[in-house]
Design a protein around this ligand. Structure first.
Ligand code: V47
Length: 369
């Protein structure tokens, strides 16, 4: 008989052993509990059932093509107005030059940026084609649902046609951002100009129908309530029941420096681990839970492997969004450093591609034209 310091966790343990799905109340129990070790035990039970001791990572790099953005969300330190000091937009040539200097070992390019009215739809297609040409071994994970919605509007194409065109130009997969927390209350206060949850869900569902897998995220540690967190996770679970197209869930720890919410404190290690564990426990239909070391730091991400996470994202070159908001994590890790974090925590590193295939079994996807 397993003993929990928080007796309320015993009910969840029973459900897990009987393969029963957790509900909203269980989500609240997890978030309200101070028995972090108990929560970790539960999440690790599920994690090990799915992945054993495997811990995934990818050799990847980020490309943030512009920080000019018309949405100007209050939690964002990255965005600028056109012409404002610090505003930048990379030309197709800038991106080509940047990527030409990158290693051919890169298996994933993660690309997101602002909604910049001076960029045409052709620009996005040219960028995708350039990445495909210069890094044929890399999958392109680009544009959150917010950017996809914007691209459909500026191109005048339907969502279906937008995906078709982007896919033909090289798009493989969508990153998980943009829904933030699916709460109209929070949206009105923090990101009123951004698409709402219905449109976000519609775009993601359409991507899945097109065979484009996506991730999903939740931005936590600002003004959201525990109820809103659980509700967000259950909405994602419902979507995944319908489509099965989500690959990883990534809790994103809010960084407040240089944002309009700079009075808010950083998230705590306790809450960071709880979010990883809650995700592993509630999102029973998501294959992967990512500990995003850029946001929670390398050391806590390593510990998160025992609290439900099975993936450390990647080596990540040139992350900008979180570092502009005060992240103190490294700007990138080597393959050796990331493998060391994994093995020192007692897990077996698996270098993966963007679709979680071990790289050794993967040949070049896209031959050079
Ligand atoms: O949606 C913006 C977040 C997201 C801040 O799919 C912030 O593998 C914390 O989508 N503090 C975009 N977070 C990033 C994203 C992502 C990141 C890592 C992995 C994956 C993946 C996707 O960044 C936005 C927003 O929630 N964000 N500002 C901030 N100050």
């Amino acid at each position: 008989m397993k003993h929990f310091n928080d007796l309320k966790l015993s009910g969840i343990w029973k459900k897990l052993q009987e393969n029963q799905r957790l509900n909203f109340e269980d989500g609240l129990t997890i978030y309200n509990s101070h028995d972090l070790i108990g929560i970790g035990f539960l999440a690790d039970f599920v994690r090990q059932k799915i992945h054993g001791k495997k811990a995934y990572y990818v050799i990847n790099r980020h490309v943030n093509y512009t920080n000019v953005c018309i949405n100007r969300c209050r939690f964002c330190a990255f965005a600028r107005d056109e012409g404002q000091e610090g505003a930048y937009t990379l030309s197709v040539n800038d991106i080509r030059k940047m990527l030409s200097q990158s290693s051919q070992q890169i298996r994933e390019v993660h690309m997101v940026g602002g909604l910049n009215p001076s960029l045409s739809f052709d620009y996005y297609l040219e960028v995708l084609k350039s990445i495909r040409e210069i890094l044929p071994n890399a999958a392109i994970k680009a544009f959150t649902a917010v950017e996809i919605d914007y691209l459909s509007r500026i191109s005048g194409l339907s969502l279906e046609e937008t995906f078709e065109t982007l896919k033909a130009a090289g798009l493989d997969m969508l990153p998980g951002g943009g829904a933030e927390v699916m709460s109209e209350r929070v949206r009105h206060r923090l990101f009123p100009r951004k698409i709402g949850q219905n449109r976000w869900l519609e775009v993601i569902e359409m991507a899945h129908r097109f065979g484009i897998t996506t991730n999903a995220t939740m931005l936590y540690g600002h003004i959201e309530t525990i109820e809103e967190r659980v509700d967000h996770l259950l909405k994602l679970r419902q979507l995944q029941d319908k489509t099965g197209g989500c690959s990883a869930f990534i809790p994103l720890a809010f960084h407040s420096k240089n944002t309009q919410l700079s009075n808010l404190p950083s998230t705590t290690g306790f809450d960071d681990l709880k979010n990883i564990a809650a995700a592993r426990l509630l999102l029973d239909n998501f294959p992967h839970i990512k500990a995003y070391w850029i946001m929670i730091g390398e050391k806590l991400a390593q510990v998160a492997l025992s609290f439900g996470a099975d993936d450390l994202d990647g080596t990540i070159l040139e992350e900008k969004i979180t570092h502009m908001a005060g992240a103190t994590s490294a700007k990138g890790l080597t393959r050796g450093q990331i493998e060391h974090l994994i093995t020192a925590a007692g897990f077996a590193p698996v270098q993966r591609d963007a679709f979680y295939e071990p790289v050794d079994r993967v040949e070049v996807y896209h031959e050079r034209a």
